[in-house]
Design a protein around this ligand. Structure first.
Ligand SMILES: [Cu+2]
Length: 382
């Protein structure tokens, strides 16, 4: 059996084993070698999933309802620390950058299809294994920005971040898109960017700006990519058989690290002193999708729906989160849970088949984070 296999290999690769051809082969590039020996490929053009995205500056309100919504009521004194404006406190409205999805290359029609609960998240990109994601990006902010994806396949001209790697200038245009600049990113979606054997039919990857990774993400420039296993996606790249996709980003957004901190401080009536630790504390926004104290618009689902939760985190050492669903349970990697674990930049897919109608809490179970507002709600209807 071994011998037979070896013989077959020799037949296929006979030129490679012909001593007369070795010298020539030694001079051939790997591309030429591939062309010489690879069987003719069926021209399988990848399906392109093209997305138009702009980074834009916005005024973002972490608590648009102006009240605590998990229990329902006015903010108490402890909660006001994070949301009440003052002479030297920013309050709940911060100047931020966001990724905004558009339907056309001229960026005239906003893509309004995102669920309101997605909040500050950038547009969600969907793809099926075998596709290519093309992101036509325009930076309409005053700060340089980029788009760095996790998981998918990219070359150096689409990594969206600088590395000390000897890249040419052309390969660095994606690293640092200047204000007013554009760049088109090409992200291939091979098998290794899709669900593994133990994954459900789709998984979630982050993308985010990576010019100044820490400050860019705290400023609000991040979103998610959903990759569905080949043959298990609908025409839009979404997983078949899933009635509802829900997205939840848990992050202590550190506004002290915002690209716009200085100008926000400059607008305050009274400049906080350099050692004002309470000012720094007031800028730690313990948020789900950019909302605190259950101000996130509730995702709504029906009893019996197949609901897929894509749960994510970003941040630093305080960003160890334990999202907890009241009222219903989920399956994560074949395990039944009602709490899961997140660390910065990790993602989890949780499948829920709600059997319990009502409005339910969905909150981080870390005590300090509950107190600081990392809470939300979801609704199950009959
Ligand atoms: Cu937490």
């Amino acid at each position: 059996m071994t011998r037979k296999t070896a013989f077959t290999t020799c037949l296929t690769m006979d030129a490679a084993f012909d001593p007369g051809k070795r010298a020539t082969l030694g001079l051939m590039t790997s591309a030429a070698l591939y062309a010489a020996f690879a069987p003719p490929l069926q021209a399988a053009e990848p399906r392109l999933r093209t997305y138009y995205v702009a980074a834009e500056e916005v005024e973002w309100n972490y608590a648009p309802d102006g009240r605590e919504q998990m229990m329902g009521g006015e903010f108490n004194e402890d909660q006001k620390v994070f949301v009440e404006p003052g002479p030297s406190r920013i309050g709940s409205v911060y100047h931020k950058s966001r990724f905004i999805g558009y339907l056309d290359k001229d960026l005239t029609k906003k893509d309004e299809s995102a669920d309101p609960s997605n909040g500050i998240l950038g547009p969600i990109f969907h793809a099926e294994v075998g596709d290519e994601i093309v992101v036509v990006f325009r930076n309409n902010t005053r700060m340089p920005a980029s788009m760095h994806p996790h998981g998918v396949f990219y070359k150096k001209n689409s990594e969206g971040s600088m590395t000390n790697d000897g890249s040419s200038a052309a390969d660095m245009a994606d690293d640092h898109v200047p204000p007013g600049g554009t760049h088109t990113y090409h992200w291939q979606v091979p098998e290794r960017a899709g669900p593994g054997p133990a994954d459900p039919s789709s998984l979630v990857w982050l993308y985010h700006s990576h010019v100044d990774e820490v400050r860019d993400t705290n400023t609000g420039l991040f979103g998610a990519i959903i990759v569905t296993r080949k043959g298990e996606a609908d025409a839009d790249g979404k997983p078949l058989g899933i009635d509802r996709e829900v997205f939840a980003m848990f992050s202590v957004m550190d506004e002290n690290q915002s690209l716009y901190l200085d100008e926000m401080v400059a607008k305050l009536k009274k400049k906080p002193k350099g050692d004002d630790e309470e000012f720094e504390e007031s800028n730690l926004m313990h948020s789900v999708n950019g909302f605190v104290y259950a101000n996130m618009p509730m995702p709504v689902m029906r009893v019996g729906d197949n609901v897929r939760w894509y749960v994510m985190a970003l941040g630093t050492e305080v960003d160890l989160h334990t999202p907890h669903w009241h009222g219903n349970t989920v399956l994560i990697g074949g395990h039944r849970k009602d709490v899961t674990e997140l660390l910065p930049a990790t993602t989890i897919v949780a499948d829920m088949k709600p059997d319990n109608p009502g409005i339910w809490m969905y909150h981080c179970h870390v005590n300090d984070h509950i107190a600081a507002g990392m809470t939300a709600r979801y609704q199950v209807v009959e």
